[in-house]
Design a protein around this ligand. Structure first.
Ligand SMILES: Cc1cc2nc3c(=O)[nH]c(=O)nc-3n(C[C@H](O)[C@H](O)[C@H](O)COP(=O)(O)OP(=O)(O)OC[C@H]3O[C@@H](n4cnc5c(N)ncnc54)[C@H](O)[C@@H]3O)c2cc1C
Length: 406
């Protein structure tokens, strides 16, 4: 039984290990286009590798996986975040859970994950052939490489990550959901950029007229806005923002509260501090410079007394606090993580096995599928879970066909 794994990233190496463990007599080969395996894993989480998440607070999987939530529900039931924890600890990688629910190696070193996976492949005698870029795949399976060589396999697991392999997959008649980037920061045209470095811990951001909304810390940068709230919004609205040329109206709720709650808070400030200036009394969570900016956005004079502000002024301030409008003028970069939204359409595969419906024996795992997540370790979790399911399914099918040959 010859099994080819295309791509030596997180999903590819993980599935090759699980295959190697289940099929010691099979000939398993991993083909990698780049010079080294797991190049991306080495730089994940700023070099620390946020390899999974505790999933605390994820009451609905669409919050973590805007695309692929149904498939991930099944894949997680086969190989969960707890399984990932046990798997790596069993291999000697001590893990730590951070307060923000992200899981990292205790060593804080992504290279420990790389060494663990490549070491296991070596011990299982599963070779990784680097510099082997796959350019064609014919049913059966015949694999063509960019260097003109070819290989044959009885089964193939495609784990090529983002967009690079889509041409040869399209040639197989597979539907590809057009790739667009996810997890980026927003370029904003506003003087708020002068407040760069300001962080508001409990904010939310939304796109008015749509259902896209995300809560969490928001960071003002010298080009616009970043932080978990913005990155999550970029993920939820990845396709919408792409279709709109990364130009959109963004509403920031600085308190992540309703305008009625904000208005009640302001009434309390006015009643308790009538003689004080607007600039001197503000919610603890909003730094003074940001508060002055918000007053200016509401057209209010910071030197005005609370008692003189009046009903209209307080209403305006409540509106700005809970729906401060900005123009997004473009997409920034997020150096710690970015992923591709889009990929092999999930309708093409059997969600319980990751096998192609059109081409039996062809499996998929990882980011090549139309699955992507917000930041926090969910993307690597998808690679481990889908890699596991593809390997177990392929190994089961291989066992069955090997039995049939005897
Ligand atoms: C900077 C950065 C930081 C990140 N940090 C995190 C994090 O901390 N936590 C998290 O959960 N996620 C993180 N991610 C996302 C995560 O790395 C990916 O979701 C994950 O690596 C996907 O795994 P994969 O195996 O599907 O794809 P990849 O890791 O991209 O691996 C695919 C492999 O296939 C190879 N390949 C592609 N085309 C071919 C071809 N035609 N022939 C042969 N080989 C091919 C590629 O060279 C690559 O080695 C980060 C992403 C980036 C870019």
């Amino acid at each position: 039984m010859r099994i080819a794994v295309i791509g030596a990233g997180a999903a590819g190496c993980f599935s090759a290990i699980e295959l190697g463990r289940r099929l010691p007599d099979a000939s398993i080969s991993v083909y990698e286009a780049g010079k080294v395996p797991l190049a991306k894993v080495a730089i994940t989480g700023g070099g620390r590798c946020n390899l999974t998440n505790s999933f605390a607070g994820i009451d609905n999987l669409t919050k973590a996986y805007p695309r692929g939530e149904r498939l991930m529900k099944r894949a997680l039931s086969a190989f969960s975040h707890e399984d990932v924890w046990k798997w790596f600890e069993k291999e000697g990688v001590r893990l730590v859970l951070q307060d923000d629910n992200c899981v990292f190696p205790k060593s804080q070193d992504a290279m420990q994950i790389v060494r663990t996976l490549t070491g296991l492949l070596r011990r299982l005698d599963v070779p990784i052939f680097t510099g082997k870029k796959v350019v064609s795949l014919l049913p059966g399976f015949r694999i063509g490489f960019a260097d003109g060589t070819q290989a044959e396999a009885d089964m193939v697991i495609v784990t090529t990550g983002g967009a690079k392999a889509f041409p040869f997959l399209e040639a197989l008649g597979l539907e590809i959901v057009p790739p667009v980037p996810s997890l980026f920061t927003f370029n904003i045209d506003s003087p708020i950029k002068e407040l760069m470095g300001t962080v508001v811990e409990k904010a939310s951001a939304s796109i008015p007229g749509t259902a896209f909304k995300a809560a969490g810390p928001l960071l003002v940068t010298d080009w616009g806005m970043s932080g978990p709230a913005i990155l999550k919004l970029s993920s939820y609205a990845a396709r919408y923002l792409s279709e709109n040329g990364y130009k959109a109206t963004i509403a920031v709720n600085w308190l992540n509260r309703t305008s009625t709650e904000a208005r009640e808070m302001l009434d309390g400030y006015a009643a308790g501090n009538p003689r004080k200036q607007l600039s001197s009394v503000h919610p603890d969570e909003l730094p003074s410079r940001l508060w002055d900016h918000i007053l200016a956005q509401a057209g209010l004079d910071a030197g005005k007394k609370w008692a003189e502000t009046g009903r209209k002024g307080l209403n305006r301030l409540a509106e700005v606090l809970t729906g401060d409008i900005y123009s997004m003028t473009g997409k920034g970069r997020f150096k710690d993580e970015f992923v591709t939204c889009g990929g092999v359409a999930l309708s093409e595969i059997n969600m319980s096995t990751m096998e192609s419906r059109k081409h039996p024996g062809l499996y998929f795992a990882g980011e090549v599928l139309d699955i992507d997540a917000i930041t926090g370790g969910f993307n690597l979790q998808a690679a481990w879970s889908t890699g596991y399911v593809a390997a177990v399914s392929a190994a089961t099918a291989a066992g069955i066909s090997a039995a049939g040959l005897r």
